[in-house]
Design a protein around this ligand. Sequence first.
Ligand code: ADP
Length: 271
Amino acid sequence: TAFAVTCSPVETEAGSGVLLCFEDVTHLEQVGQMRRDFVANVSHELRTPLTALLGFIETLRGPARNDPVATERFLGTMQVEASRMERLVKDLLSLSRVEAQERVRPTDRVDLIRLIHAVIHATRPIAEEADVTIVFETEVQEIHVPGDADQLHQILTNLIENAVKYGGPGKTVTVKLAAHSDHPALRGPSAVISVIDQGPGIEEVHIPRLTERFYRVDSHRSREMGGTGLGLAIVKHIVNRHRGRLKVESELGQGTRFDVILPSRAAPPQA
Ligand code: ADP
């Protein structure tokens, strides 16, 4: 626990004295620590590809100068490293934008069936390359939720891309959409979008930490797959902005299921 203490002189009829104020600033301390950790993480994540790039540039200007085969190979690796930095910067910008808007409730009316079809269409090339099939199952004819269309698109993209990445070749990713007239998690009418994979699953100890920035279950695998470690942090902030819930269920060797539960009734206008 951290306290901030202020001390001020007071004069009363009974005489003079000192007023000591103790303020619990534990929370502020924690926020400060989180900010410092975040900056340290970002610096580390950016420095790794940057160091690799500088090393390759040096080699290209020196020993590999007249070797076209090596030059081609190094340029390929440099492109991979530069793309990694580009993705990281893009995710950092998304995260800061989403955080800045978290208190403002979104007001578009988003057609979820259209949205899901659009995201599946957009992620199909990645799925084909990974040899993963994406299927969409629903009995809902039509459902709209109050939301931010671009952000809901991003939630679904991040979850489907993870399911494809971690699911593994030859597997299926199932996207489901259900409507509930009174979902217990939200105590009201809700839409539930589920993204289910047949991957290796996630050990229970990791589940509560998945949405932390830069938290990875297997850093090596995540980096190899081109992950930034920010995807689920972005998902969490967008779900919060929509006053929804994110639920994760996983069974080792069976697969993982992410449920996004969104209120489907428009909130009363904000004062
Ligand atoms: P990353 O960019 O590393 O994928 P995310 O924030 O999207 O970052 O996910 C955090 C971590 O959660 C990942 O590094 C991975 O270890 C784990 N993870 C996310 N989705 C899945 C999934 N569908 N199956 C197994 N592990 C997953």
